[in-house]
Design a protein around this ligand. Sequence first.
Ligand code: NAD
Length: 521
Amino acid sequence: MSAQASSAEVSADVIEKFSPVDGSHLGNFPITSPADVNLAVKAAREAFPAWRDLSLDQRFAYLDRLRDIVSAEGEAFAKIISDDTGKPLLDSLLTELMAIPLFIDYYKKEAPKTLKRQKLSRQLFFPTKTSYVEHSPMGVIGVISPWNFPFQLSMIPVLSALVAGNTVVLKPSEVTPLTGELMREIFERAGFPKGVVSVVQGDGSTGAALCKADIDKIFFTGSVATGRKVMAAAAEKPIPVELELGGKDAMIVCHDANLERAARAAVWGGFLNCGQMCISVERLFVVDAVYDAFLALVRAEIERMRVGGPDEGSDMGPLTFSAQMGTVVRHLNDARERGATIAMGGRPMEGPGQFFEPTLVLDVTEEMEIYREETFGPVLPVIRVPDEEEALRMANDHQYGLTGSVWTRDVSRGLELASRMESGQCSVNDVVLSVGNPALPFGGVKRSGFGRYHGPEGLYAFMNQKAIMVDRGLLDVEPFWYPYAPKYEAMLGTFRNLMGGKMVRALTNFFEMHKITKRRG
Ligand code: NAD
C-alpha cells in the first residue's frame, strides 16, 4: 500500500507507520508475538506480590519519577504524540500529557483515604459485631487502548491500576505505535521493577492474545464491535471487564443560553482532535427561538479555524486513522441523500495527508447515519428542536450515552436537565472538560459501555472489595445457633415485629432468644 493510503500497516511481525500529516514513513515497530505476550503476563504475575506489598508512598516514588521525566521532556513527548496522531502540539500537551500531573497529584491526595479500611456503623441486630470494608488489588491487569488519545487513554488506567497495587500489561493501538514506544521508554526510564508494567505492541491479534493470557481483569477502551469480542474473551474464564466504548454525545442549547459561549464550545467540542473523540459533540440540538442567531455565531467560529499540521499553529490536524475518512464520507453522503444541508466543508482537503474540512451539517434527522452512528470525524451535525424537552427526549432515545451538555443561564434548570440525560457524565454550560477532572468518575451507559474510572472509582476499578465482620468472641453462643426448638416462638416474634416496624419489641424477642440459648447451655 502507498504511504498515503494508510496511517499504519500491519504485517506478520511489524507495524509500518506513516505520517497522517504528509504520508511520510515514520518507522517500523516490531509486533509482540503471542508467546511474548504470555511472557509479559508471566513476568507481571511474578512481580505482583512484591508490588502489592509496597506501601503507597513507595509506589508513588516510582510514579513521581515518571512525572519528573514527563515534566522535563514534555515538549519533546508532545512532538512524538503529534507526529503519531497529527494533532496540534497544544492538544498533545493539554489532552494527553497534562493527565500525568493531574491524575498523579489527585491520587496522591485521595488514595490514602480511598484505600483505607472503612469501619461501618453498627447494625441493630448485630450488636456485638464490627463491620469493615477494604479493597485489595486484583493482580495482573490487561489494558487495551485506542489511537485517538493514545497516551492519556493508556496512561490513566495503567497508573490507576499501579497505584491500586496491581501489575499491568498494556496493549496500545497499532495505529499509533510511536506513542506505544514512547510509553515503553517512559516506564523503563522511571525504573519500575521488572514485570510491574510492560507494553506489548500489535493489532487486534495481540489484543486477543492478551485477553486469553493469565490476567485478572481487562480494561478496554475502543469500539463497540471490539468491546463485544473482548467481553466474550473475558466470559470464557470468566474475569471482570470494563468497557469504555463509543459515544454520540448531545449538546442542548436552550433559549436562554449564553450563545457566544455555547457557539465557541460547540465548535471546540465538535472539532477538537479532528472530532475523533468518544465525547465529541456529535449531535447539536438548538431550540428554535435562538437557532438563527446561534448558527451565525457557529459559522463565524468555524471560519476562524486553522487546519494544518501540528507545527503550523493549527487548531485542527488531520484524521489520525485513514479508515476514518471512509466513515466520514459515507455518513455525509447518506445525510445529503436524506435531505441534510452541508452548510460548510464536506470534503477531504487537497494535498498530502488525511485532512478533512471542518464540516457543518444542518437539517439532520433521526434516520440519518450521521445521527445514529458514531462519525468520529470533523463534522458537526445540527438538529433544530422546538424546545429543550424535545431535545432531551431525542438525546435519550439513542443507543449511546457517554457524556453530554446542557446550555442555559438557569443553572437549576440546567442541573435538572443534566440529571435526566441518559449518560455517564453531563455538563452544564461546559463541554469535554469534565473528562479531565480527575475527581469525577468517567464511563458510559447503554452501548457506551460500563464500569467507571477516574475519581475514587478509578482505584476501585482495579480492586476486589472485601467485607470483614469481627466479633470479639466473648459470648459462648449466638442467639440463632442450635438448639432451635425452644426458640421458635421468640423467633416468630422477632420476625413479625421486625416486619411490622416494631423495633423495640423485635429486639426484646431477639434478646429472649439469646437468653433461651444461654439457659440451655
Ligand atoms: P478499536 O476497537 O478498533 O481498537 C481498540 C483497541 O482494541 C486497539 O488497541 C486494537 O488493536 C484492539 N483490538 C482490536 N481487536 C481486538 C480483539 N479482538 N481483542 C482485543 N483487542 C483488540 O477502536 P479504535 O478504532 O482504536 O478507537 C476508536 C473507538 O474507541 C471509538 O469507537 C471511540 O468512541 C472509542 N473510544 C472510547 C473512549 C471512552 O473512553 N469511552 C475513549 C476513546 C475512544
